[in-house]
Design a protein around this ligand. Structure first.
Ligand SMILES: *Cc1c(COP(=O)(O)O)cnc(C)c1O
Length: 357
C-alpha cells in the first residue's frame, strides 16, 4: 500500500509507527488474548492506560501540581458548551478575542449560559493577524482565546498577559509548541489534530480556577467530578485514548515538545518561503503571527486553484483544500507530518509553476 502525503486539517495524519502498533494491539492487546476494545474500563489494563496518558501529558508539558489533567468525551465544540456551564452564569461575562471561525462558535455557545464580550479582534483585516493590544474594561469570569486558528492560519507565539483567568482553545496546536502554563487557567484540545483519533478532548485546568466552578450541573459535565474519577466516570473512549497514548509515547521518543517545535518551525518556514518565492501563490498573514500548524495560502489567479488541487492529487498529496469559510488552500503541518512530506509539497508547487506559468 502507498500511503498518501496527508495535509488534512483534522482528523489528520497520525505517525505510521503509531498506526502499526495500534493495529497489532487492536486484535491482541500486548499478547494477552483480548482486544483493547473488548475489556472493562474498570480493569487495571484500562486504568493503566489512563494513568500513563495523564502522566505523559504532564511530563511533556512539564506541568507542576498546580494543574489537573483530564480526558473528556467529545470534541472541542462540547468544550465550548461545557466551559461556560462550569464557569459562567447569566449575569457574569466571558471575554473573547475574535480571531475567526472557532472564536465565534465558542462565543455563540457561551451565550447560552451568560454574557459574552469581544475584547479585541481582527475581523476588519480578514483575520490576518493576532490582536495584541488588549484593554479589558470590566471584570471577566474568564477570557477565551484560540491559540492557533486552524481556518485562517494565525497563531499566538506568546500568550497574552492579562489579569482575568485565561482559557485557551489549543485544539490545533497542542503539543506542538512550548506553552507557559503558569499563565493558563484552562486549556483544552480536541484529539483529532495533534493527539490521535477523534472522540475525545484533553483538558488541563488550574486547581485554583476549578474551585470557582458551578456545582449545579449534571455530573457528566462537572469537571470537578470528572477529575475526581480520573477520567473514568462514565465509559471513556478507550480505543481513541489508547491510540492517543501511543502518539504521546511517540512524541516523547522524538525528544518531546522542545524537539518537535524546532522541526515544526523548520517545516512551516520552508513552506512559507516557497509561497513567497513561487509566482503562482500568495499568503496574507502577518509574518509574526503565521501559524506553524496550518499554512493557509491562495493562488494569485483563483481560476488555477482547482488545477493545482488536481495536480496535487496526481502526486498522491491529499487535504490541501482550504476551509469552506476562508476558501483558498491550506497545508496542515501537525506533529505527525514529516519534513519529507513538506519537501514533496514544495517540489509539487515548483513543478506546477513550471507547467502552468
Ligand atoms: C477543529 C477545531 C475545533 C472543533 O473541533 P470539534 O471536535 O470538531 O468540535 C475547535 N477549535 C479549533 C481551534 C479547532 O481547530
Amino acid at each position: 500500500m502507498i500511503r498518501k502525503i496527508n495535509f488534512y486539517s483534522g482528523p489528520s495524519a497520525i505517525p505510521k509507527e503509531v498506526l502499526q502498533q495500534a493495529t497489532e494491539n487492536f486484535f491482541d492487546y500486548e499478547k494477552q488474548g483480548f482486544s483493547i476494545a473488548e475489556i472493562s474500563h474498570r480493569s487495571s489494563t484500562v486504568k493503566n492506560i489512563l494513568e500513563e496518558f495523564h502522566e505523559k501529558i504532564r511530563s511533556l508539558f512539564m506541568l507542576s501540581n498546580e494543574h489537573e489533567v483530564l480526558i473528556v468525551q467529545g470534541g472541542a465544540r462540547l468544550q465550548f458548551a461545557q466551559i461556560p456551564m462550569n464557569f459562567l452564569s447569566k449575569e457574569k461575562t466571558a471575554g473573547f478575542i475574535d480571531t475567526g471561525y472557532w472564536a465565534h462558535k465558542a462565543m455563540e455557545y457561551a451565550s447560552y449560559y451568560g454574557q459574552t464580550k469581544i475584547i479585541a479582534g481582527s475581523k476588519n483585516n480578514n483575520y490576518s493577524y493576532i490582536p495584541k493590544e488588549l484593554f479589558i474594561p470590566q471584570k471577566l469570569n474568564y477570557l477565551q482565546i484560540t491559540s492557533n486558528n486552524t481556518i485562517y492560519g494565525t497563531q499566538y507565539k506568546q500568550l497574552p498577559n492579562i489579569d482575568s483567568p485565561l482559557v485557551v482553545d489549543m485544539s490545533s496546536d497542542i503539543l506542538s509548541i512550548k506553552r507557559d502554563f503558569s499563565k493558563i487557567d484552562f486549556a483544552f484540545a480536541c484529539a483529532q489534530k495533534n493527539i490521535g483519533p477523534s472522540g475525545m478532548s484533553v483538558v488541563i485546568v488550574k486547581k485554583e480556577f476549578l474551585k470557582k466552578s458551578n456545582s449545579n450541573i449534571p455530573p457528566i459535565f462537572n469537571y470537578q467530578n470528572l477529575i475526581q474519577h480520573q477520567s473514568n466516570y462514565s465509559t471513556p473512549p478507550v480505543l481513541s485514548i489508547y491510540i492517543g497514548l501511543l502518539n504521546l509515547r511517540w512524541l516523547h521518543s522524538m525528544g518531546g515538545i522542545q524537539q518537535i517545535e524546532i522541526i515544526n518551525n523548520q517545516k512551516s518556514k520552508i513552506l512559507y518561503e516557497e509561497i513567497e518565492r513561487n509566482s503562482m501563490f500568495q499568503n496574507n498573514i502577518r509574518e509574526e503571527d503565521r501559524s506553524n500548524m496550518n499554512v493557509c495560502f491562495f493562488a494569485k489567479d483563483k481560476k488555477i486553484e482547482q488545477s493545482f488541487l488536481n495536480f496535487c492529487h496526481q502526486q498522491n498529496i491529499i487535504g490541501i483544500e482550504g476551509h469552506k469559510e476562508s476558501g483558498g488552500l491550506r497545508a496542515s503541518l501537525y506533529n505527525a507530518v514529516p519534513m519529507e512530506h513538506v519537501f514533496i509539497l514544495i517540489q509539487c508547487m515548483k513543478d506546477f509553476e513550471q507547467a502552468y506559468q
